[in-house]
Design a protein. Structure first.
Length: 238
């Protein structure tokens, strides 16, 4: 027996934003994993038939589980917060790899091949960093557009015509596309689809009513349609 509603407690945990520790730890391990990989693997390439130093072999062995597990952890964190991008983890991993290759190059007397490897790591690092910046700007733009539509657009009711799933089976969450329908001011029936992360505690059913906002001057513009149910069940938390 509990004095706390278990459903409410579960929803609170699900909606809780990741704390600093949960953000820093996977990013830190991504960087360390990239650093270890960048330092260890060049020794195998350059030394060829010679046995790499113990430190290099240890770095290779350690880097694999570090990168795999930290990538999984970072994906889970990034999905739960809209202001964190998936590319950020990869950015730090490749930054670590760049530094690792640089350290290996110094130890191996700057073989030309490692210059190209380091340049490639830098290029990937810059590419992922650019993707992260572009993604963050796109999310901010979408948030401003939604706020504008909700404040200046037309509000109406919408109905779920296809919930997008049959049952939850063994999972308590389902990522699916839900279809909604509404009528604009001209009486035209329109449909809009949104990706929702639905939980067993709050299932979506066909025929369910929700609130929808749209631009009356451009009712067919999907980017200017805001569905309340989709905002209540976002793929990523604000």
């Amino acid at each position: 027996m509990s004095t706390v509603d278990p459903i409410a407690a579960r929803k609170l945990r699900a909606n809780k934003r990741p704390g600093p520790v949960r953000i820093v730890l996977p990013l830190g391990f991504q960087f360390i994993g990239g650093l270890a990989a960048g330092y260890g693997w060049p020794h195998l390439t350059v030394l060829e038939n010679l046995e790499p130093p113990t430190l290099a072999m240890t770095a290779i062995i350690v880097s694999i589980p570090l990168l795999v597990l930290s990538s999984i952890a970072w994906t889970a964190v990034a999905i739960r917060s809209s202001n964190l991008g998936l590319a950020l983890g990869g950015t730090l991993a490749w930054l670590g790899a760049t530094l690792g290759v640089g350290a290996a190059a110094v130890q191996l007397d700057y073989p030309p091949i490692l210059t190209w490897v380091a340049a490639g790591c830098v290029a990937i690092f810059l590419f992922l960093g650019s993707l992260g910046i572009i993604g963050a700007r796109a999310r901010r733009t979408a948030a401003r557009r939604e706020a504008e539509v909700m404040s200046t657009g037309t509000m109406t009711s919408a109905r779920v015509t296809d919930k997008g799933y049959l049952s939850f089976s063994d999972s308590s969450k389902i990522l699916t596309t839900v279809t909604f329908t509404f009528h604009d001011l001209g009486g035209v029936q329109r449909w809009v689809q949104r990706a929702l992360l639905i939980t067993a505690a709050e299932p979506v059913v066909d025929g369910q009513e929700t609130t929808l906002w749209y631009d009356p001057m451009d009712p067919g513009n999907d980017k200017k349609i805001v569905v309340k149910l989709a905002k209540d069940m976002p793929l990523r938390r604000p």
